[in-house]
Design a protein around this ligand. Structure first.
Ligand code: HPA
Length: 245
């Protein structure tokens, strides 16, 4: 059976809106997933859920087994994957608590297991990522925002950084010059692996802080947590609208 899957990020180690849950450990050729895959009901439809950082938020962005997570979701029947992403806002429209559905990515990560075509299976593949997100799912997310009555920025370029530290102000100036609107630590290689697996993948981002140097003073975890809390209800509304076609 094909299903919508949600990858939870910061603030979404669990997804309490899911009803009648069944939790499954999925064996993968790439090792352990961040957590078992939860299968439940949202708006009466089957939805899969996997918290990217693990159940207790113990995995930093560079230690996440992105290959295993996406492989396990596909093996569990997912064909559409919505990736929740807490991000920092760089350009003026991306103020804290804003929701966004990015349409482009620049990858600044390094040293992550970033492909299934790693040369160990005798084939060399070069997948197309001109549009790194699935446009059908992006549009469905935007329509769900509209049905739920929540404002959203319908595009933007996501700069994927290595973390787990936040950026310097100079790095953010460079990313802005490159064309980034928002910055996060998990957007890659998740998006390109999803493409390699033939999954329809989109990011649903929510701004939890001004990126380094764009706000007043330093970035604090208190500010991030407070903004994240402000976004949770709207995110659940939108995902519920998305699950109900
Ligand atoms: N930078 C990178 N990743 C993030 C940020 C940030 O400012 N906020 C939330 N995730």
């Amino acid at each position: 059976m094909s299903s919508l899957a949600i990858i939870g990020g910061s603030g979404f180690s669990g997804f309490s809106a899911l009803a009648a849950c069944d939790v499954q450990h999925v064996e993968t050729p790439y090792g352990d997933t961040s957590a078992p895959v939860t299968r439940g009901q949202l708006a009466g439809h089957e939805v899969l859920f996997l918290p990217r950082h693990g159940k207790g938020h113990h995995l930093p962005p560079h230690r996440i087994n992105y290959r295993a997570n996406l492989w396990a979701l596909r093996a569990s029947g997912a064909d559409r994957v919505v990736a929740l992403a807490a991000i920092g806002g760089i350009t003026p429209r991306f103020a804290p608590t804003v929701l966004a559905v990015p349409d482009q990515i620049i990858d600044y990560t390094s040293g992550r297991e970033h492909t299934l075509y790693d040369g160990t299976h005798g084939t060399v593949e070069h997948i197309d990522v001109t549009a790194p997100y699935c446009e059908t799912l992006r549009l469905a997310l935007l329509a769900a925002c509209s049905r739920a009555g929540h404002a959203v920025i319908p595009q933007g370029t996501y700069g994927a950084t290595q973390g787990p530290r936040l950026e310097t102000a100079a790095e953010i100036i460079r990313y802005e010059r490159d064309g980034c609107d928002l910055v996060g630590m998990t957007g890659m290689p998740e998006a390109s692996l999803a493409r390699e697996l033939g999954l329809c993948y989109a990011s649903f981002a929510f701004v939890v802080n001004w990126a380094a140097g764009k706000g007043d003073g330093i970035i604090t975890m208190q500010e991030i947590d407070a903004n994240l809390t402000c976004c949770v209800e709207r995110i659940v509304d939108v995902l519920t609208a998305l699950a109900a076609p």
